[in-house]
Write a protein that binds this ligand. Structure first.
Ligand code: NDP
Length: 485
C-alpha cells in the first residue's frame, strides 16, 4: 500500500503535478525508523526546461497584477496552511524526522506567517517622487523576474515559504528545488498557492540533487538565486550566479557564539542554550553552538544544564510528548557522531550524552561538552547536530575577540542583566541575527541572515523585499532638451 506521505508525482509545474520516471529515483526515508516512505525522481533536463520556461512565461502576467491582488492570494494561501496545520506538520515530520511537538508550531505556521506578512506588504511596494525644479524623477520598485530557490533539509516548508512569499509578493515567479533529503513539503506549498488562486507557473517545484540546482542557477533566463545551504555550496552557487551577473541571497551555515555573563539568570541562560543547540536535534543554522560561560558560574551552569537536558524525551516523533527527534539521515548521524568522537579525542569533557541513542532510527543523545578550547574541531566547524560546546571566559574584551575569531557570522547571543553591557557586546559582535537574553527567535517581522562567510542578503522583514526587487528611476523633463550641437 502506498504510504500517505507519497506525493502524487515528483514535481509541480504550471499548476499541476508532473512526473518523469526517467530521472534518478530519490528514496524518501523516515528518519525515526529508517523505513522508505516515498520515492521521487530527480528532474531530467526536460523537466528543468519545462519548469523554467513555464515560470518565465507566467512571471510577466503575475507582475501585471496589482499588489493588492497578489497579496490577497498569498494571504489566502496563509489561511489554508493554518487550517491544514496538523496534516502539514505530520508531513514535515515524515520529511525531516523532527518531532510533531515542534512541527505543529514551527513549520507550516512559520510558512503561513511569511505568506501573510509578504501578502500584506505586496500592495505597499511603491517608489518615490524626486522633485528637480520643473523636472522630476520618479522611481518604481520592479520585480527581478524569474527567481530560483534552493533549500536545505532542516525546514523544508519554512524555507519554501520564506523564499516564495517575498519573491511572489514583488511580482517574481519561482522555481524551487528542495533538498533531495526532504522533497515532500515544498510540493504542498505549491499546491496550496494554486488553490489560493495563484496563476499556474508562478511557483514551481522540481526535485533533484546539486546537479539540478546547478542547471537552474546557470540558466540565462534566471535573474536571482536564493540558496539556503552550507558555506561550501554557497561559494559554488554564488560563483555560478556571478558568472551570469544574477542577484543572490545566501543563507549559509554558522558556528555562532552564545555568551553568558556571571550576572545572568541561570535558568534563562540554560533555556537559551537548550533552544540554541537542541531544537530540531541541533539541525539549525543559527544555533549558538559555542556557549561561552563566565568562569564564576561555570559549574552551576553546567549542573543545571545537565539536569534539564536529562529531561529531553527521545522517542516516536509522532507522539506529541516527544521533545527530541532523530537526525535527518543516517549519513548526517554518522557525521555528527564523528564530531563527538573528535571532541573526546581532543580532550573535551562529556557532561551528558556523547553517543548514539539505543533505539531504532537515527537518534543521537543531546550532547554537552565542557572545557572546550578555541582550537578544538568541535569549536571551529559547523556540526549541524545536537552537540553543544561550553567554553570558559573571564573578561568581556577577551570573549568578544574569541567569539569573532571565526569565518562565520550568522548569529550571536548574550545573557546578562547589565543592559549597557548587553548592547555594547552585541554591537561588537560580527553577526547578522542577534539576541539579548534569548536565543533563536525568528519572527517574520525581523531581518534574518548572516555576515562574513555565513551569507549575503537577508530573508524576512521589509529587508527581503529589497532582495527580490529592483529600482527603476525615470527622469522626466518638462522643458526643451539642450544639446551641444
Ligand atoms: P547543502 O549545502 O549540502 O545543500 C543545500 C542545497 O543546495 C541542497 O538543495 C543541495 O542539493 C543544493 N546544492 C548542492 N550543490 C549545489 C550546486 N553545486 N548548485 C546548486 N545547488 C546545489 O546544505 P544541506 O542541505 O546539508 O543543509 C545544511 C546546511 O544549510 C548547513 O550548513 C546549515 O547551516 C545551512 N542552513 C542555513 C540556514 C540559513 O538560513 N542561514 C538555514 C538552514 C540551513 P542536494 O542536497 O539535494 O544535493
Amino acid at each position: 500500500m502506498t504510504h500517505p506521505a507519497q506525493p502524487k508525482a515528483s514535481h509541480f509545474i504550471n499548476g499541476e503535478y508532473v512526473e518523469d520516471t526517467a530521472g534518478t529515483p530519490i528514496p524518501v526515508i523516515y528518519a525515526a525508523t529508517g523505513e522508505q516512505i516515498a520515492t521521487v525522481h530527480a528532474a531530467t533536463p526536460a523537466i528543468v526546461e519545462q519548469a523554467l520556461s513555464t515560470a518565465k512565461a507566467a512571471q510577466k502576467e503575475w507582475a501585471k497584477m496589482t499588489g493588492t491582488e497578489r497579496g490577497r492570494i498569498l494571504r489566502r494561501a496563509a489561511d489554508i496552511m493554518r487550517e491544514r496545520n496538523r496534516d502539514l506538520s505530520v508531513l514535515e515530520t515524515y520529511d525531516t524526522g523532527k518531532p510533531l511537538q515542534e512541527t505543529l508550531v514551527a513549520d507550516a505556521t512559520s510558512g503561513a506567517d511569511a505568506l501573510e506578512y509578504f501578502g500584506g506588504l505586496a500592495a505597499s511596494l511603491t517608489g518615490e517622487h524626486i522633485p528637480l525644479g520643473e523636472d522630476w524623477v520618479y522611481t518604481k520598485r520592479e520585480a527581478l523576474g524569474l527567481c530560483v530557490g534552493i533549500g536545505a533539509w532542516n525546514y523544508p516548508t519554512q524555507i519554501a515559504c520564506w523564499k516564495g512569499a517575498p519573491a511572489l509578493a514583488c511580482g517574481n515567479s519561482m522555481v524551487f528545488k528542495p533538498s533531495e533529503t526532504t522533497p515532500l513539503c515544498a510540493l504542498k506549498v505549491a499546491e496550496i498557492l494554486i488553490e489560493a488562486g495563484a496563476p499556474a507557473g508562478v511557483f514551481n517545484v522540481v526535485q533533484g540533487m546539486g546537479e539540478v540546482g546547478g542547471a537552474l542557477v546557470t540558466d540565462p533566463r534566471v535573474d536571482k538565486v536564493s540558496l539556503t545551504g552550507s558555506v561550501p555550496t554557497g561559494k559554488k552557487v554564488y560563483a555560478a550566479a556571478a558568472a551570469g551577473m544574477k542577484h543572490v541571497t545566501m543563507e549559509l551555515g554558522g558556528k555562532s557564539p552564545l555568551i553568558i555573563f556571571d550576572d545572568a539568570d541561570i535558568d534563562n541562560a540554560v533555556g537559551g542554550a537548550i533552544n540554541g543547540n537542541f531544537y530540531s536535534s541541533g539541525q539549525v543554522c543559527s544555533n549558538g553552538t559555542r556557549v561561552f560561560v563566565q568562569k564564576g558560574i561555570k559549574e552551576k551552569f553546567l549542573a543545571r544544564l545537565a539536569e534539564r537536558t536529562g529531561n529531553a524525551i527521545l522517542g516516536d516523533p509522532m507522539d506529541e510528548a516527544t521533545s527530541f527527534g532523530p537526525m535527518v539521515t543516517e549519513n548526517q548521524m554518522n557525521i555528527v557522531l564523528g564530531y563527538i568522537e573528535k571532541g573526546k579525542e581532543e580532550g573535551a569533557r562529556v557532561i551528558c550524552g556523547g553517543a548514539r541513542a539505543d533505539m531504532d532510527g537515527y537518534y543521537i543523545q543531546p550532547t554537552v561538552f565542557a572545557d572546550v578550547t578555541d582550537e578544538m574541531t568541535i569549536a571551529r566547524e559547523e556540526i549541524f547536530g545536537p552537540v553543544m560546546s561550553v567554553l570558559d571566559f573571564e573578561t568581556e574584551e577577551e570573549v568578544v575577540a574569541r567569539a569573532n575569531d571565526t569565518e562565520f557570522g550568522l548569529s550571536a547571543g548574550v545573557f546578562t542583566k547589565d543592559f549597557t553591557r548587553a548592547h555594547r557586546v552585541i554591537g561588537n559582535l560580527e553577526a547578522g541575527s542577534c539576541f539579548i537574553n534569548s536565543y533563536n527567535d525568528a519572527p517574520v517581522e525581523a531581518p534574518f541572515g548572516g555576515v562574513k562567510a555565513s551569507g549575503v542578503g537577508r530573508e524576512n522583514s521589509k529587508e527581503a523585499i529589497k532582495h527580490f526587487s529592483q529600482v527603476k528611476s525615470v527622469y522626466v523633463r518638462m522643458g526643451d532638451v539642450e544639446a551641444a550641437f
